[in-house]
Write a protein that binds this ligand. Structure first.
Ligand SMILES: [Zn+2]
Length: 361
């Protein structure tokens, strides 16, 4: 099999074989879920300040904006969607501009939110995922993976291996060779693309700095080897150790795109190239396997990408792997009709979970 494209969403990471699953979008402020994550970190010897203390300003701002009067993590906090918070802050920063007081406060809170997301994800996704491992070990050199998750579960499986997918990202997008060993003909082989950014992509927080226009991928080095220590720094619960831009000494921030805001995809050349290559990959795909990605009705950009790329490739088969394929699940009918609206009648709904990956491949 060749030219298969595997697409991973939050459901793929949440369904991994990990001691504690990373939260779904609507669980990031749910105290019951967070308490389990932090209790397990403490059992592992980590001492972390309470979230309300470490991220006090951010939490106060959310409380005010959403009118959440109950204690943090309880009542309506438990269904607050991370995408809404992320998007609101990104709009606020854009709207007021960095020269205004409100705009610069929004920028600081946006960094704080990225640190919050990084910490919660780092505490849950530090291990190796069995299904991500299986996928990476078994894909063909011409297959590609499009990942919408910030975590490093798939990255971890790619880095020590001989596959070209990770190197192709360096070569085709960033324009630098991942290593001398990888220089050569990449044009027709598969690629690993992260469409919403990544925990191990860092960028400068000062828009005046050339470092803000690009991403620095942490954990890979020019000799084609995994820099495990730097890679693990990105998954350290207290955040990356390397925190200053080498050019201007401003703070470093993770390169993450809020799912509902299109602007960074159009304006940042790295994001635009990634989405362009994702489009191209889908246009040439033979099979598209979408695991745990639900195409939220508000996620117009992802819907546009798949709908338009696959309209140019009517031969491609589309496999939807999602628990909502089960007719007994609530939300099944809406989900199936949304998928059919995006992909037409060719969708196959045979599989429910990432754990079935051995059967899927
Ligand atoms: Zn800088």
């Amino acid at each position: 099999m060749a030219n298969n494209v595997f697409v991973l969403g939050a459901g793929a990471s949440a369904g991994e074989s990990l001691p504690i699953a990373p939260p779904m979008m609507q669980q990031f402020f749910d105290k019951e879920v967070l308490d389990k994550i932090y209790a397990s970190a403490e059992a592992g010897g980590l001492r972390l300040p309470a979230l309300e203390n470490a991220f006090g300003d951010l939490i106060d701002w959310i409380r005010l904006r959403w009118g959440l009067l109950d204690p943090f993590g309880t009542a309506k906090w438990r269904s607050l969607n991370l995408e809404d918070v992320f998007t609101s802050l990104a709009i606020e920063q854009e709207f007021f501009g960095e020269r205004s007081d409100q705009g610069s406060k929004a920028q600081l809170r946006l960094s704080e939110l990225k640190n919050y997301i990084s910490q919660v994800l780092a505490l849950t996704t530090r291990g190796s995922g069995k299904f991500a491992n299986y996928l990476v070990r078994n894909i063909d050199k011409d297959d590609s993976i499009l990942n919408f998750n910030y975590d490093l579960l798939v990255d971890r499986e790619f880095l020590p291996g001989p596959q070209n997918h990770y190197a192709n990202f360096h070569w085709k997008i960033l324009g630098t060779a991942f290593s001398a060993l990888h220089e050569g003909n990449f044009s027709e082989s598969g690629i690993y693309l992260k469409l919403h950014g990544s925990l191990n992509w860092h960028t400068c927080s000062s828009t005046k700095c050339p470092g803000a226009a690009t991403v620095h991928v942490v954990g890979t080095n020019p000799h084609g080897k995994l820099d495990l220590e730097a890679f693990n720094d990105c998954l350290s619960a207290t955040g990356p150790v390397w925190k200053q831009c080498k050019t201007c000494r401003s703070a470093i921030t993770c390169f993450m795109i809020p799912p509902l805001v299109n602007k960074p995809v159009l304006e940042n050349w790295v994001a635009r190239s990634i989405w362009g290559h994702a489009f191209d990959t889908l246009v040439r795909a033979k099979n598209v396997v979408i695991i745990g990605f639900s195409f939220q009705p508000t996620d117009f950009y992802a819907q546009w990408l798949f709908r338009s790329a696959l309209q140019a490739n009517l031969q491609a088969n589309v496999w939807i792997v999602n628990p909502l394929n089960d007719p007994n699940k609530s939300g099944h009918t809406d989900f199936e009709s949304r998928m059919t609206q995006i992909f037409g009648q060719r969708c196959r709904f045979d599989f429910l979970r990432f754990e079935e990956i051995a059967k899927i491949i």
